[in-house]
Design a binder for this molecule. Structure first.
Ligand code: 13P
Ligand code: SF4
Length: 304
């Protein structure tokens, strides 16, 4: 089969079998082209909560498929490729969280959405990179324990100096790998480029940015900017998508190491196989986990 033939079959089957395809923007261009909705973690959560199809395929990583299931427990939700996990989400479990809570009594627990649904049952509210600052500001708490991403946490704390923050020492291994030297090198190669960065990067990388934002924020900024060249400090698919969208501008990766293999493992054939009933993994969560995690995600949508 060719790519065009698989795409045509996917579009036919998803209509026939009442499937919605949600795609995180870190997926490759060919997956974006079969999506009902493309977005960042926040956009996907909201879309999942509003969607009316009977079945959902998540082209992204496991915590995103779990978020869909929590928000739409009556639907069948499939993770297109079952090995697509998120190393950051796997860094903290309820046991580690309980230890932290003992260390920081009286702190409100804010979880990045990049966590398991089970972990969310122990947290007060979750946030995405797009909503973190706003939600932590609005949250009725002066002391915040932010898990698991220390980089996003520090970025939020910097923007809300009036509140006290404590962190877990987790990170996205891909964004964390970026260094100040990577930025110097990229800027030396492209001296006229504007530098756009995701807050999962280290503070010394974020400090050199012209703009800091979520995946969607970075894409919007680049689309609307009058600048012609951009260094992209987030997952390298964003470089690809922006290049497709804005052929009159130039986009450069900050580093080849900013490629998330967990995001890249999903293929068109995986989606096709889910639709044929021979692939993917149906997400199943206990009622208690759905109830506990829903509280945490609903609070984010309410405040966001
Ligand atoms: P968002 O910008 O979509 O929040 O995502 C960053 C990320 O790492 C998703 O896994
Ligand atoms: Fe997880 Fe980082 Fe990959 Fe996002 S980019 S899925 S946070 S490892």
């Amino acid at each position: 089969m060719t790519i065009q033939e698989i795409k045509a079959e996917i579009l036919r089957l998803k209509k026939e079998k009442d499937f919605c395809i949600l795609v995180h923007a870190y997926q490759g261009q060919e997956i974006l082209e079969i999506a009902d909705y493309v977005g960042d973690s926040y956009g996907l959560s909201v879309e999942a909560s509003k969607d009316s199809h009977k079945n959902i395929i998540m082209c992204g990583v496991r915590f995103m498929a779990e978020t869909c299931k929590v928000l739409s427990p009556e639907k069948k939700v499939y993770l297109a490729n079952p090995v697509a996990g998120c190393p950051m989400a796997d860094q903290i479990d309820l046991e580690k969280l309980a230890e932290l809570k003992k260390q920081y009594p009286g702190y409100a627990v804010v979880a990045y959405v990049n966590t398991t649904s089970e972990l969310k049952t122990g947290c007060d509210v979750c946030v995405t990179s797009a909503s973190a600052v706003e939600i932590c500001k609005k949250l009725d708490a002066d002391k915040i324990l932010f898990v698991p991403d220390q980089n996003l946490g520090s970025y939020v704390a910097q923007n809300i100096p009036e509140k006290e923050f404590a962190f877990f020492n987790g990170c996205c291994p891909r964004h964390f790998a970026m260094t100040a030297q990577d930025v110097e090198k990229a800027k030396a190669l492209h001296p006229n480029a504007v530098f756009l960065v995701h807050p999962e990067c280290r503070p010394e990388v974020v400090a050199q940015a012209d703009y800091v934002g979520s995946t969607t924020g970075i894409m919007k900024y680049a689309r609307n900017s009058d600048a012609k060249e951009f260094i992209i400090g987030t997952e390298n698919s964003i470089v690809e998508h922006l290049q497709f969208e804005c052929p009159d501008k130039q986009f450069y990766p900050l580093s080849v190491a900013l490629t998330c293999m967990n995001m890249k493992v999903t293929t068109l054939m995986d989606v096709y196989n889910v639709l044929r009933g021979v692939g993917g993994e149906e997400i199943e969560l206990s009622d208690d986990i759905i109830k506990g995690a829903k509280k945490c995600i609903d609070r984010m949508i309410e405040l966001g």
